[in-house]
Ligand binder design. Structure first.
Ligand SMILES: Cc1ncc(COP(=O)(O)O)c(C=O)c1O
Length: 374
């Protein structure tokens, strides 16, 4: 399969040095040398999560991380509230319901972020709710939920917040400990500049205090099991399974790039590039689905034009330029297209190249229309 220039909302294309790590010979996933490398990797990841808690790297994907986070921290008497305003909110609701019958779902239209007052009302009306699961960037639409404010509501009521930060961590500022996020889940293949294949779960020290005494089912995706191995086998194999060595090495290179760039500079770059992308495409008549105040800088959705559908844009970029962007999902299917503005994709070169390719389609259409009228 020939290469594309990827501008989808993950996975992203890897930097050459990250890619090189994937081709290196396998080393054992245990032993002194590997453990020192692995533990350093966890420390670097903690800087990105902005936590002093624990980080677990689970071979799998972002959904494996979410499954572990939602499935293994709720005991018999817990009740989960899932905030859903899109496809990935629904996914967390499905995971929640698969473990606990008393999972409840609060929905807003897919065009509206959750308001802190709405969450506060729900929690105040139902005191049985002990945990909330929410999505930071809803990648199906690019809607950004106001996580800092939602976390404050949970913190005031001592309710555990489980956050899906799969398409935001490493691209948007996210202060896990300071904001009071109990469990934060991400994945290797988006703003963290790594290959697909690793789910990442960070658990704050505070969250462990409530989670620790609970007995929960399962083994592979059970955070209690991961914690136990991280203690019992700390000095040679601090996890229960064979670690995905090439993926971890590549991720380590990716997070090295992130930390070398510096978090503040990186978050600003993503913001600046999202502004550029929004303005370039608006000039071409493709309006962003959301105003910037509620839009993620990492996944941006644009409406098709009356004379040029979202689908035509996606197909033109793919067929004529081998640039891959994504279709709209759910209610945006056929109406919008989505662009990933993540890591090495979030550059002026990528955006200019993309907008020229779309402009070419517009010019072609104008020429065809003129030809038709002759
Ligand atoms: C917000 C969000 N949550 C969860 C997932 C699922 O992650 P994965 O496909 O790695 O299992 C994705 C993937 O795109 C996502 O964007």
């Amino acid at each position: 399969m020939d290469e594309y220039q990827l501008m989808i909302p993950g996975p992203i294309q890897l930097a050459p040095e990250v890619l090189c790590e994937m081709g290196r010979q396998i080393v054992p996933h245990y032993g002194r040398e590997w453990i020192s490398f692995y533990n350093e990797t966890l420390e670097l990841l903690k800087q990105i999560f902005q936590t002093t808690g624990d980080v677990y790297i689970i071979p799998g994907s972002g959904s494996a991380g979410l499954d572990a986070a939602i499935g293994s921290v709720l005991g018999e008497t817990d009740k989960l509230l899932v905030l859903s305003n899109g496809f990935f909110g629904e996914r967390m609701a499905s995971i929640g319901k698969s473990y606990k019958k008393n999972t409840t779902v609060l929905q807003t239209p897919v065009t509206q972020p959750f308001m802190p007052s709405q969450l506060a009302d729900t929690l105040d009306k139902d005191r049985e709710i002990t945990a909330v699961a929410a999505c930071h960037c809803e990648s199906s639409s690019g809607l950004l939920n106001p996580i800092q404010d939602l976390a404050a509501v949970c913190q005031e009521r001592e309710v555990l917040l489980i956050l899906d930060a799969v398409s935001s961590l490493g691209g948007i500022n996210l202060k896990m400990d300071e904001w009071g996020i109990g469990i934060c889940v991400s994945a290797s293949q988006k703003c963290l500049e790594g290959p697909p294949g690793l789910g990442l779960v960070a658990v704050s020290k505070h969250a462990w205090k409530t989670i620790e005494p609970k007995k929960t089912p399962g083994w592979y995706l059970n955070l209690h099991v991961w914690k136990q191995f991280s203690k019992d086998w700390a000095d040679w194999h601090p996890y229960p399974v064979t670690m995905a060595v090439p993926a971890v090495r590549a991720l380590r290179r990716g997070i090295g790039l992130i930390l070398n760039e510096g978090l503040t500079k990186r978050f600003n770059r993503h913001k600046e590039m999202s502004k550029l992308l929004r303005s370039k495409l608006s000039e071409l008549g493709f309006l962003p689905v959301f105003p910037s105040a509620i839009a993620s800088p990492t996944v941006i959705a644009f409406n098709g034009r009356p004379d040029l559908s979202a689908e035509e844009v996606v197909l033109h970029l793919e067929e004529e330029h081998r640039i891959k962007i994504a279709y709209g999902m759910g209610v945006f299917e056929g109406k919008a297209f989505r662009i990933g503005n993540m890591g090495p994709q979030a550059t002026q070169d990528h955006i200019i190249c993309l907008s020229h390719a779309i402009e070419e389609l517009i010019n072609k259409r104008v020429r065809t229309a003129k030809g038709d009228n002759l």
